[in-house]
Structure formats: structure tokens, C-alpha cells
Design a protein around this ligand. Structure first.
Ligand SMILES: Cc1cn([C@H]2C[C@H](O)[C@@H](COP(=O)(O)OP(=O)(O)OP(=O)(O)O)O2)c(=O)[nH]c1=O
Length: 194
């Protein structure tokens, strides 16, 4: 029997990304966990720990497969999470302006008390952003609820001439890796009609 797929996320983007590969979760559950980084925690360790914590907080019942993810922006060893307010969003954008950063997404598949995690890293370059452009960008409000204060699928695309890695991972769920993990658990996308 095909297991029930639970998407452990409140992010509308993760649901849309799954739909893009023909997968509709049977149920949505959202984990409310403390996402504060530990002192001196490396970004890769952080994103993996948070995705695992989301899965542990929700848990999966027998016959269920639970998918959780976490996305964060890493500037060197610095973690840029979701900004608290507009001022913090401005600070993050100024830090990334004219530089490369990494976007890390950890995905976790939890089943029968066992968790498997995978980490996907994508490099993103932002061109230098002028002060007036930044003001206009902050007005749009796209920064809210987004790691690093931007959405590559939104207005910030105007600042991003280059990425290396997985676009869907930057948006919140690396689709090739997610599809492979789900397939190993017996969950496949719908057949595309010819
Ligand atoms: C960098 C970047 C992040 N994001 C989003 C993806 C995630 O929703 C969010 C990072 O926060 P997350 O903590 O990964 O996810 P979430 O709180 O939105 O949802 P949940 O924990 O319930 O799964 O930033 C974009 O949409 N586009 C981008 O380009």
C-alpha cells in the first residue's frame, strides 16, 4: 500500500513545489519550533538540525511518511534567517549586495521512527544594489517570512544574475532530491498524460 504523505510545513511554496512534480500530500502539518541558531553553529549544521527538529516535533504514525525541510542563507559562516523587521531585512540585503552567498536547504524524510536527511547547497550571486533600489525593494514587502530577506521567485530576481545549483532548493524544496527520496519511500508523482 502507498504510504500517506504528510508535508510538515506551513510554507505555501513547498506545497506548490510538490504540486509542480505532480505530488499532492495527503495532509499538511506545521511544526512550531525554536529556530534560534546555537552559538557558533555552522550554517550546514544549523539547517540540518532545524529540519530534523521539525520532523521530530511532528512525528509520523505507522503508514505515514513525513517530509520536512528548512532553508537558510549562509554568508560565509554567518546565518541569515528570516528577518525580524524591515531594518533587519535592509541589513541582510546590504550584506549580500555585490557578493555571493549560499542557500542551504535540508530535507528530512521521517518514517517508522527513522529520519533520513539530505542537504542541498546552491550558490547565488547578487549584483550591487543601489540605496534607492533597496528602498523600493523593501516597500514591496517580499522580504517577510523569507530566509535572507528575499525570494528568488519574487522581486529580488532583478538582483540575481547567476546561480549555481538548484533553483527549487532556493525557493524552499530541492525537487530532484525530494522526488528521489520520496520514490525510495514508494511515493511517486502522477503520470503525465500524453
Ligand atoms: C532564499 C529564499 C527563501 N524562501 C523561503 C522558503 C521558506 O519558506 C523560507 C525559509 O523558512 P523555513 O523556516 O525554511 O520555512 P517556513 O517557516 O516558511 O515553513 P515551514 O518551517 O513550516 O516549512 O524562505 C523563498 O521563498 N525564496 C527564496 O529565494
Amino acid at each position: 500500500m502507498t504510504p500517506r504523505l504528510i508535508l510538515g510545513s506551513a510554507s505555501p511554496r513547498r506545497l506548490q513545489l510538490l504540486a509542480q512534480i505532480g505530488i499532492t500530500p495527503d495532509e499538511l502539518r506545521a511544526a512550531d519550533i525554536d529556530e534560534t541558531p546555537r552559538k557558533d553553529e555552522a550554517p550546514r549544521d544549523y539547517v540540518r538540525r532545524i529540519a530534523l527538529a521539525k520532523a521530530a516535533a511532528l512525528g509520523a504514525k505507522p503508514g505515514e511518511v513525513l517530509l520536512c525541510a528548512d532553508t537558510t542563507v549562509a554568508l560565509g559562516r554567518r546565518i541569515l534567517g528570516k528577518p525580524e523587521d524591515r531594518d533587519e531585512a535592509a541589513r541582510f540585503m546590504r550584506l549580500m549586495s555585490g557578493r555571493r552567498h549560499r542557500v542551504l536547504t535540508a530535507i528530512v524524510l521521517h518514517r517508522d521512527g527513522d529520519s533520513r536527511a539530505r542537504l542541498v547547497e546552491t550558490q547565488v550571486r547578487m549584483r550591487p544594489i543601489a540605496a534607492a533600489e533597496l528602498e523600493r525593494y523593501l516597500e514591496i514587502g517580499d522580504w517577510q517570512g523569507k530566509a535572507g530577506a528575499y525570494a528568488i521567485q519574487g522581486a529580488a530576481a532583478a538582483f540575481i544574475p547567476w546561480i549555481q545549483g538548484s533553483f527549487s532548493s532556493v525557493v524552499g524544496l530541492p525537487l530532484a532530491e525530494t522526488a528521489a527520496m520520496l520514490a525510495s519511500a514508494g511515493i511517486f508523482g502522477k503520470k503525465v498524460q500524453p
